[in-house]
Design a protein around this ligand. Sequence first.
Ligand code: ADP
Length: 366
Amino acid sequence: KKRIAVMTSGGDAPGMNSAVRAVIRTAIHRGCEAYAVYEGYEGLVRGGDYIREMTWGDVRGYLSIGGTSIGTARCARFREREGRLEAAKNMIEAGIDGLIVCGGDGSLTGADLFRAEWPSLIAELAEKGHITKELAEEHKHLYICGLVGSIDNDMSSTDATIGAYSSLDRICEMVDYIDATAQSHSRAFVIEVMGRHCGWLALMAGIATGADYVFIPEKPPKKEGWSDQMVSIVKRHRERGMRKTIVIVAEGAIDNELRPITPEMVKDVLVDLGLDTRITTLGHVQRGGTAVAFDRLLGTLQGVDAVDAILSATPETPSPMIGIIENKIVRRNLVEAVALTKSVAEAIEAKDFTKAMNLRDSEFCE
Ligand code: ADP
């Protein structure tokens, strides 16, 4: 019987539980033994009770629970070969040969590295006498599959990451609340939203709430006069009788010299315009709460496909990442997806914003 394990890693995201549930139940349904690795790579490195067999009933109710019930963590030891060696030993002791990782690009980079290193890790373990030659032979291939769990929607090769739409929904709800008080007091609000180096949440929230202006990393304003366009738009809206002003700032917002544009800077400009201005940093409410229906579906459909991808993998197949493109669940090359994601950050660092926009699924930037 094949043993398939699932883990969640990096920042938590609503919908991760749906993915875990789908993996566990699909694995069981396909006649495999299903395992969960608790606390991300930390659990893999620690082994023992962190790697547990799961039954059908263990994931009951998971669809409507936010965050990730099997825990997640950031694990420095897994970044070192020693940590990965320990993780390999624990995987072999638990008899696991297929690992499904649900996390962001960091977690998926780690997963890919683990697979690439696997033969040499196994050889070292056998050489040191930690595992028998028979076990080494039996487990000479590791099959990895990536699921993208992240509120930021910052991964290339997929239209949506698990958690992004839940977060977007929460942000819109919060902006609606703020709208009421802005409207009542005729105030301006500068709202900072998450997203790391990706402006998807900020831009989509801006469109969905009808914000006056949005700052995102992929399309920065000029260094000099960075606020000119915002000022003229805000002025125009006020002249037309709008009582409220909402400006959304992505946490990674920058100008074209890569200098951060902070909510404080935006506030100062609005105050100079004579507006009574407040800053609201939404913070971790953006990750909390239960997943919206879309993320439950995404986690479920992708979790099912992840198990099937592992079951149909051969030593020659590159590790897949499950994505969704134009409403279809698709498998993409994990290494290429991670590389493409990194090249967006590199393009921004090189101040080649046109390239960054083209790389970042251009439909959201144009
Ligand atoms: P996310 O997956 O949300 O991007 P991180 O970047 O913090 O979050 O990555 C989560 C974990 O994945 C890290 O704590 C580390 O254990 C592992 N990881 C990330 N990058 C690497 C890497 N280059 N090599 C090995 N492990 C990594």
